[in-house]
Design a protein around this ligand. Structure first.
Ligand code: SAH
Length: 336
């Protein structure tokens, strides 16, 4: 199936720096110079289904599914794993026999590695306003707000997450710095150019229209600002290859059903989208090896007595999620 991005149009867009990491981690960093440029966004005809917009009704159903999924599962995740709902970053091939604190450190390391990859660490004084797109219960926002002394606003589709994120901020005396609300990443309730750092940690995989997603991230980024996207991607297609192998697609489809994901795309798809928006310094890397040790560890915690009891209490969506985790491991092992 072919997907088409927005038709050619003349738009005013500041230029950005972008860097990206592949899967689950695609990190895209963007920097806008201070003056806006008139630039043409070219029509791109692309081979990936994932960059197209899905039909409105299926988008609506997906949005509801995502909200319900996180409403139901976030409590369990927090109880077992804490407030970061994303992969840890490990040295390749590191043992998965790490203690819980080791995993928490790996999740913090994921944030730090992402900032470092994007060159944000050297610019921390410039980071005054941050948006956390797909914020979960706000782990990244609170960490980044504390690190940079920045103001951070997070958006999520899940009312349960938004409330919990605000409660945690209050408990940590951070309410004056961070706040959370229910809003759609594809139609963000913010004016243009508001944020020095646009942060999307493992939420892009949920977006049914990657072109719209990226365009929104760019729209809310300030001139000279940066955009970081860490997200799940499938492998890049080889030259002449039109689609993934059927078994690969089948594996991803099964993961999509449980985790409320639309079709996946590759890092190349993201880079092409970003290039079409005239961003500056696009950087992209594949962190599969660094994040692969994560899922075996999650499964091990789920199999403890506490994990099993919490899982059963949490409900069907969590149980299905747990049963899907081995597919993530298979995907990494097979290079999907
Ligand atoms: N970034 C967080 C949470 C990752 S889980 C962390 O690392 O801890 C994925 C998050 O993306 C959830 O909070 C979910 O509600 C959010 N999300 C998915 N689709 C979204 C959309 N269209 N708009 C806003 N948030 C979305």
């Amino acid at each position: 199936m072919k997907a088409t991005l927005a038709p050619s149009s003349l738009i005013s867009l500041p230029r950005h720096k972008v860097s990206s990491l592949r899967s689950p981690s695609l990190l895209i960093q963007s920097q806008r110079p201070s003056s806006a440029l008139m630039t043409t966004m070219k029509t791109a005809s692309r081979g990936s289904v994932a960059v197209t917009a899905a039909a409105t009704s299926s988008v609506e159903a997906l949005r509801e599914g995502i909200a319900e999924f996180y409403n139901e599962t976030s409590g369990l995740w927090e109880e077992i794993w804490g407030d970061h709902m994303h992969h840890g970053f490990y040295d390749p091939d590191s043992s998965v026999q790490l203690s819980d604190s080791g995993h928490r450190e790996a999740q913090i390391r994921m944030i730090e590695e992402s900032l470092r990859f994007a060159g944000v660490t050297e610019e921390e004084k410039k980071i005054k306003r941050v948006v956390d797109v797909g914020c979960g219960i706000g782990g990244s926002s609170r960490y980044i707000a504390s690190k940079f002394g920045a103001e951070c606003v997070g958006i999520t589709l899940s009312p349960v997450q938004a409330k919990r994120a605000n409660d945690l901020a209050a408990a940590q005396s951070l309410s004056h710095k961070v706040s959370f609300q229910v809003a759609d990443a594809l139609e963000q309730p913010f004016e243009d150019g508001m944020f020095d750092l646009v942060w999307s940690m493992e939420s892009g995989e949920h977006m049914p229209d990657k072109a719209k997603f990226v365009k929104e991230l760019v729209r809310v980024a300030a001139p000279g600002g940066r955009i970081i996207i860490v997200t799940w991607c499938h492998r890049n297609l080889s030259q002449g290859e039109e689609a993934l192998q059927p078994w690969e697609q089948n594996l991803l489809d099964r993961i999509c059903k449980t985790f409320y994901l639309p079709a996946w795309c590759s890092t190349s798809d993201y880079v092409n989208l970003l290039q079409s928006l005239s961003l500056q310094d696009i950087k992209c890397a594949d962190w599969s090896e660094n994040v692969a040790p994560f899922w075996p560890a999650v499964i091990r915690t789920a199999l403890t007595w506490k994990g099993l009891v919490s899982l059963l209490r949490s409900g069907m969506k969590s149980i299905k999620g747990a049963l899907t985790m081995p597919l993530m491991i298979e995907g990494y092992k097979k290079g999907d």
